[in-house]
Design a protein around this ligand. Structure first.
Ligand SMILES: *Cc1c(COP(=O)(O)O)cnc(C)c1O
Length: 425
């Protein structure tokens, strides 16, 4: 009998045996000891499974990755040092110089830069697309060298919901996998694999940790994409890897091929591993994820409804509001709620927004989002501060946009804080 997701948050991933520690142990060790040279040789050849060096794998990380994997409904998963590393590995594991991929343009700014600037320097080209275009319009962006499609379940910072089924069909009709960054929804509110997505990534730094304690990321594979059926597109998985004595990942590891390759090649060569100590913090966060997500969503909806009713507020965007462009998609993909992030503008433009923010007492100005405490950021004065108002509008970020990440406080206290700050404009 399979447990429900709230129970999995507590019990999945690590099952202690008789006399074992109840909580996931932290394996604070770089190395493992073996009796014979041959024992260790087999691990290097991927002929036996076991641990030998924490840059590649560590048991604490694996317990936590397998909990996340069960929550998402995947077959294999790995932790990375950050969400940035997760998104880089997820794409780089199947794209090389000369390849191309398609990504929604409504994605986290750090990912936008990674794809549009840094990966371009590595010879991997991407096309940014408007995720609300039709299937037919989006089909026109595929090229013979297109290797994957990328999007976010709920976009940061504009909180739009991706039409996952449309994107999955689009990717599969062109013989490539769909990769989705599920950071804002978390597996509590959306499980993209149930809608046809192939690979999920996370910045665990956000709701999964939930307490602003540790930067981290994760990649989970559904195991559903058939690499061998599109062997010519994915030679890294379907032809022998000479750096591993001629192993062909898709033949030897089947549904585990993608994560095994990412561990054996990318983690070996780039070393963006999460520390076991941080994996432990994420494990603590995961235990209460389901309970926290419900409260984040309840609070955010109350605050969005209040903002919509106050005529000093110019506009509000939250997918739980009937007025929101993503309301129908949110009902379909996130029927129990979306996330605790919303954005809005204060009447009076950029200057009024800044005066409002500086007057808040409970909500904190911070370069962070999706945390237990209410936080906010003004992209025009922070992450995008070098841009003029015209450039901001081109980038889809209104000059008065405030990204407001609703925490777990009593919602009346958050609303009272907003009210007193609005008085000061
Ligand atoms: C924060 C974030 C990232 C980057 O994650 P880090 O852990 O900060 O490296 C990626 N995607 C989304 C949606 C994010 O919010």
């Amino acid at each position: 009998m399979e447990n429900n997701i709230d129970t999995k948050c507590l019990h999945a991933g690590y099952v202690p045996g008789n006399g074992d520690p109840r909580q996931v142990p932290i394996y604070q060790s770089t190395t493992w000891k073996y009796s014979t040279s041959d024992d260790m040789g087999k691990l290097f050849d991927l002929e036996a499974s076991g641990y030998f060096y924490t840059r590649l794998q560590n048991p604490t990380n694996d317990f936590v990755a397998s909990k996340l994997c069960e929550l998402e409904g995947g077959v294999a998963g790995m932790l990375t040092s950050s969400g940035q590393a997760a998104n880089f590995f997820a794409v780089f594991n199947i794209c090389e110089a000369g390849d191309h991929f398609i990504t929604s343009s409504s994605i986290y700014g750090g990912t936008y830069n990674l794809f549009g600037v840094t990966m371009k320097k590595m010879g991997i080209d991407c096309t940014f697309v408007d995720q609300n275009l039709s299937y037919e319009e989006l089909s026109k962006y595929f090229k013979p060298n297109t290797k994957c499609v990328f999007g976010e379940t709920i976009t940061n910072p504009t909180v739009n919901v991706l039409d996952i089924e449309k994107f999955a069909k689009l990717a599969h009709d062109h013989g490539v996998p769909l990769i989705i960054d599920n950071t804002f929804a978390t597996p509590i509110n959306c499980r993209p694999f149930e809608w046809g997505c192939d690979i999920v990534t996370h910045s665990t730094t956000k709701y999964i940790d939930g307490h602003a304690s540790s930067v981290g990321g994760a990649i989970i594979d559904s195991g559903n994409f058939d690499w061998m059926a599109h062997a010519d597109k994915f030679p890294g998985l379907t032809t022998p890897d000479e750096s591993y004595h001629g192993i062909t990942y898709a033949e030897k590891f089947g549904k585990g091929a993608y994560i095994t390759k990412a561990t054996a090649q990318l983690m070996r060569d780039f070393g963006a591993i999460q520390s076991p100590q941080n994996a432990y913090y994420i494990q603590l966060g995961l235990e209460s994820l389901a309970v926290r997500m419900r409260r984040h969503c309840e609070n955010a909806l109350k605050i969005a409804e209040y903002l919509e009713s106050d005529d000093r507020i110019a506009w509000v965007k939250y997918p739980g509001l009937k007025s929101n462009e993503s309301y129908e998609l949110a009902k379909k993909y996130c029927p129990n709620g979306t996330c605790g992030v919303l954005c809005f503008g204060v009447k009076g433009g950029r200057d009024a927004s800044i005066r409002f923010m500086d007057s808040l007492k409970l909500a904190t100005i911070a370069t962070h989002v999706a945390d237990s405490k209410t936080l906010l950021l003004h992209p025009a004065s922070h992450t995008h501060r070098q841009m003029t108002d015209e450039q901001l509008l081109e980038a889809g970020v209104a000059p008065d946009l405030i990204r407001f990440s609703v925490g777990l406080e009593d919602p009346d206290d958050i609303i009272n804080d907003i009210k007193q700050a609005l008085e000061k404009i």
